[in-house]
Structure formats: structure tokens, C-alpha cells
Design a protein around this ligand. Structure first.
Ligand code: 8YV
Length: 303
């Protein structure tokens, strides 16, 4: 969260930050005093904390993902869960484009090449690959998937998608019946699907094999929707050509194998991490807290 949002939290509330040693001790000494929790989409709130916070009435997520919060448990205790919808899809889609461009045009590789002094000493940088004419498959056509498709179209990419439910108004893009069929028909597979029990490891060995040895995987959704064992094996064994990843299963302590792979562009979960979007997200978090503490329903609580 932006400092300015943190400061506004401090102006209105008695805030205890779990990451600060002294605050943590205060929370642990009197957990029943905590009435609302602000957390990240990738962090959520563990079952253990739910159990300890007896007076909890709101979990305000600074993000759109609810996969790290037990919604059933919240519902059974009458606890509101709010998110920050409608403000972050464009930036996450931009990150998707950044990863596609970064890998296909070898941006970080070129940066490393120059810093090593290889250019100056007569080395030849490797050629990249054009976006124009390449087939982009979008797995999950929600707001982020659509925003990515629109962007990629202007780069000359050919768009197709898979989505669990019917998507109206998307007739121009070809829809495939399964993730495997989509992967087999595209060069770049972009994962934009929400993390649910149904989408866990939806990108597994079969999808990666279908994507093929010149295929590229991009993930701006959640680590859990990709089988990381299968992905690491595919990247090592040439089953796919490369990957651009903004999300991982065990953030921030990601699998060390990723660091050793040259054909992967790694990003530390930065999809929504711009000043503008984090400001907009922060405003929504503040609005949800204000409503809850005024005795009203938080405006963007999950139904
Ligand atoms: C944030 C996210 O990076 O929206 C989400 O679910 O994961 C991201 O937008 C995260 O919530 C940080 O607070």
C-alpha cells in the first residue's frame, strides 16, 4: 500500500501492523480487540487468524483475488470480505504485455548482455521474435483477459481464448472448448483466470505439452493455477520455449529452480503495482473500512 494510504489509515484508526514486531505482540496480547483486517490479495488471512480474531467483522482485501480468504468461514461468522474491483485490470494487462514483449524481444537478456560488456567486446545479441502474427491464447476471459486481448490485438497478435462460462460480445475472438485445445492452437498462452478450487493447476503437463517447444507461458493470475513441478520440468526439458511469470505458488519465497533458468522472465507480483492503481485500490479499501465502522455494508464486499 502507498504511504499516503497507510497515513490515512493511521488518521482514522488504531492500526496494528502484523509485520512490525511491537504491533504483532500487541495483537497477540489482545486479538479480540481487532475488528477489521486489511490484507493483500496474495496474502489473505489464514484460518488460524480467523479463529483468533473473535471480534473480526471485515477483511478488506487490497486486491481482487479472494483465493487466500476462506469465504465460507467468513460467511458463517457474518464477516464481510471486500475487494478492490474495477481499477486494476488495465495495469495487470499491461504487465502481461510487458512479459510477452520482455521474453519475445529478449529485453532482460539484452540488458544482461550489455552489463556483462558483451556488446562492447564484439558479441552478437540473439535475435528475438515478432509479436505481429503470433497467436495469443488467453486462459480466463475476465476483465484482465479482455484488457490483455485488446492490447495484444494492437500489436498484431491473433487472439483466441478459453473461459469456463459463456463470454458475450467476444465473437471476434475464437473460443476453444478446453485449455489443452487452446494451448495447442496458440504460440503464447496467457493465464488470466481467477484462482478457485476448479482452476488449481489448470495449467499442467498436458497443457504445457500442447503449447509445445516454441510456446511461451505468461502468468499474471496466481501461482496456484499452474502446476509448478510440471512447468519447471517443461522449461528445463524444452517442452515449452520459455515463460514470463509475475506470480508464484510460494510468494515471496519462490522455487529456487526458477532462478537458474535463462528462459524465464521473473517479476515479483507487480501486476497492480503502479502508484495510480495502488492509490485507487487504497481509496476503495478506505471506503470499505469507513462504511463498516459506520455500521453500513462495505460498498465492494463480496456477495
Ligand atoms: C496485489 C493481487 O498485488 O488483486 C490481487 O488479487 O494479487 C494484486 O493486485 C495484491 O493484492 C497486493 O496487495
Amino acid at each position: 500500500m502507498l504511504d499516503e494510504i497507510e497515513a490515512r489509515l493511521d488518521e482514522s484508526y488504531d492500526v496494528h501492523r502484523l509485520g512490525l514486531e511491537r504491533d504483532r505482540a500487541r495483537i497477540e496480547a489482545k486479538p479480540q480487540a481487532i475488528r477489521a483486517v486489511v490484507t493483500g490479495g496474495g496474502t489473505g488471512l489464514s484460518r488460524e487468524w480467523f479463529d483468533r480474531l473473535a471480534a473480526l467483522g471485515l477483511v478488506a482485501i487490497n486486491g481482487v483475488g479472494t483465493d487466500k480468504v476462506d469465504l465460507e468461514l467468513a460467511r458463517s461468522r457474518g464477516i464481510h470480505v471486500s475487494t478492490t474491483p474495477g481499477v486494476l485490470a488495465d495495469d495487470v494487462a499491461d504487465m502481461g504485455m510487458a512479459l510477452i514483449l520482455g521474453v519475445l524481444r529478449r529485453v532482460t537478456e539484452g540488458d544482461r548482455f550489455m552489463r556483462r560488456g558483451d556488446w562492447a567486446s564484439g558479441g552478437k545479441p540473439a535475435l528475438g521474435a515478432s509479436l505481429k502474427g503470433r497467436r495469443l491464447g488467453i486462459l480466463g476471459l475476465g476483465q484482465i483477459g479482455r484488457a490483455l486481448g485488446r492490447r495484444a490485438e494492437t500489436f498484431g497478435m491473433r487472439i483466441s481464448y478459453w473461459n469456463r462460462s459463456v463470454c458475450d460480445g467476444q465473437e471476434a475472438w475464437k473460443k476453444f472448448g478446453s485449455p489443452v485445445e487452446l494451448a495447442a492452437a496458440c504460440d503464447v498462452l496467457a493465464v488470466c483466470v481467477a484462482a478457485t478450487p476448479q482452476t488449481e493447476k489448470i495449467v499442467g503437463r498436458d497443457v504445457l505439452a500442447a503449447l509445445g517447444p516454441s510456446g511461451l507461458l505468461v502468468n499474471v493470475a496466481r501461482g496456484s493455477v499452474v502446476d509448478e513441478d510440471a512447468l519447471i520440468a517443461a522449461l528445463k526439458g524444452g517442452v515449452i520455449a520459455g515463460a514470463g511469470l509475475d506470480v508464484f505458488v510460494n510468494e515471496p519465497k519462490i522455487r529456487s529452480e526458477f532462478m537458474a533458468l535463462d528462459n524465464v522472465l521473473l517479476s515479483p507480483h507487480q501486476g497492480s503495482a503502479t502508484v495510480e492503481t495502488r492509490r485507487a485500490m487504497g481509496e476503495i479499501v478506505l471506503a470499505n473500512l469507513a462504511a463498516y465502522f459506520a455500521g453500513a455494508t462495505p460498498p465492494t464486499s463480496v456477495p
